[in-house]
Design a binder for this molecule. Structure first.
Ligand code: 4AD
Ligand code: MG
Length: 451
């Protein structure tokens, strides 16, 4: 009889019918001499298949190896009471074939990978690790999250653009630029597409992009990558309050889209059962109050001597960057999302607009999440030509290659602002992962550029 070729995801609709499924042997168990159980994986789900009697021996199901590819034909049956199988059904095979046999013995899949492998070995074997249940759930969630962001922007009529990633300008400081030779000239891998998004406002209205950003981060931390997916947006004719509201609404709405998706809510339950979706409005806190908070809670910085040895402790002072560790301690203690606002000009980028009420401060915001810390950085942008020139000067930036950015202030300037959200940090928060490396397909960080 005919067999319809299906993906495991759609199996339920085909119960009682003869089907063909192809996939990888995820698990394999033999009962006696004549029964083999295979849990088949095709990327869309898992399906238990039962091979009995003659079917067992046509291709030798008894010595089948994990991660071999097979095609199995048969009728899909609901499992009897008391038995469990993924999806509540199993395939009674009437024919099957091996498409690609994986090695056994020393080279067996299980010997390449085991749960005790060091993180470094697991990263070397990442192309095999992603076949595992946790890693593939994480990657499926990554896909759902990207889609949820796109759907959100779409619902707010924000237009997607794809800016160049090879550039000749910096956005977030020279120290983390990757440079390379571009037909005899020096070029960089982009740190942020923000400046290009700003040029699109007069052409397309509000815009966003989902693009890779690159940072030559010279330290190993839980949340820094050399290449990451950056979700950035730029909005015209808004004020700072509008910007904060947009970011908050986006995060809450993306979460709703993810939890309303059956696969999304299932993965969330599996990987982060205690997750509580954030509610509007988020707690708002000024940078100055964060410094106060750290001091009141006895969170101090180390004082080092010239050799870098710790010789004491001191309070954080206004004007200093709040490093990753104290930022995380504060966020974890408060235990909810924080919109941290109004950072001092000196520690922020050249393009940030100053606060009208206090010119020492900028209309800037970081979104902090428990377990990760900063997941979003954003600000209102300088609209004034002279003020921008001052910004270049303060940062020691040669304005020449920025002529196209400066032109935006000449030909019809406008109040505008935007932000960048690190997709990996968002996922690490959402799925409660220890590091952002776990939510990348193939993470890039200092010392690793393969697979
Ligand atoms: O705070 P950042 O540096 O801000 C910008 O790049 C702005 N130009 C964005 C904008 O306004 N359009 O980076 C924004 C976000 C951070 O909050 C963080 O989530 C993520 O990008 N990020 C990183 N993620 C992983 N690894 C790194 N090395 C990251 N650096 C920044
Ligand atoms: Mg930042």
């Amino acid at each position: 009889p005919e067999a319809q070729k299906i993906k495991i995801r759609d199996a339920t609709e085909h119960r009682g019918k003869r089907i063909k499924v192809s996939g990888w042997v995820h698990r394999h168990r033999v009962q006696g001499k004549d029964i083999a159980f295979i849990v088949l994986r095709d990327g869309t789900g898992f399906l238990q298949c039962v091979l009995t009697g003659k079917q067992c021996h046509t291709y030798d199901a008894i010595t089948l190896t994990i991660e071999s590819t097979v095609a199995i034909y048969g009728v899909l049956q609901v499992v009897p009471e008391g038995k469990t199988a993924p999806g509540g059904h199993e395939l009674q095979a009437d024919y099957w074939e091996v498409l690609g046999k994986a090695p056994g013995g020393d080279e067996a899949f299980g010997n390449r990978l085991n749960t005790e492998s060091s993180p470094d070995i697991l990263l070397d074997q990442r192309h095999l690790v992603i076949r595992g249940e946790t890693a593939s759930s994480v990657l499926k969630m990554r896909s759902l999250v990207l889609k949820a962001f796109r759907d959100y922007f779409d619902s707010r009529n924000v237009v997607e653009v794809t800016p160049p990633l090879m550039v000749q300008t910096q956005v977030e400081g020279g120290s983390t630029l990757f440079d390379f030779q571009y037909y005899g000239e020096t070029a960089y891998l982009t740190q942020s597409s923000q400046l290009y998004l700003e040029t699109c406002l007069a052409s397309l209205g509000d815009v966003y992009c989902m693009a890779e950003s690159f940072r030559a981060e010279k330290s190993h931390t839980r949340r820094h990558l050399s290449e990451y997916t950056h979700c950035e947006a730029e909005l015209s004719f808004i004020n700072f309050e509008d910007l904060l509201n947009f970011i908050e609404d986006m995060i809450v709405s993306v979460m709703e889209r993810v939890t309303n998706d059956p696969l999304g809510s299932q993965i969330l339950k599996e990987l982060n059962p205690d997750f509580k979706a954030p509610k509007k409005p988020f707690r708002r806190m000024n940078y100055a109050d964060a410094i106060k908070w750290l001091n009141e809670h006895g969170i101090k910085k180390d004082v080092l001597d010239e050799q870098g040895n710790k010789i004491g402790e001191a309070d954080y002072e206004f004007g200093e960057d709040i490093p990753e560790a104290p930022e995380r301690r504060m966020t974890d203690t408060i235990g909810e999302p924080i919109l941290l606002c109004r950072f001092p000009t000196e520690i922020k980028s050249f393009y940030m607009k100053r606060c009208p009420e206090n010119r020492q401060l900028t209309e800037s915001v970081d979104v902090l999440m428990p377990n990760v810390g900063e997941i979003v950085g954003g600000s209102m942008r300088i609209t004034n030509f002279e003020e921008l020139a001052e910004g270049y000067k303060r940062e020691g930036i040669d304005p020449t290659p920025y002529y196209w950015y400066t032109d935006q202030r000449k030909y019809g300037t406008c109040e505008h602002g935007g932000f960048g959200l690190g997709i990996e940090r968002f996922l690490a928060w959402l799925l409660n992962r220890y590091t952002v490396r776990e939510v990348c397909l193939y993470p890039r960080f200092m010392g690793r550029c393969q697979p």
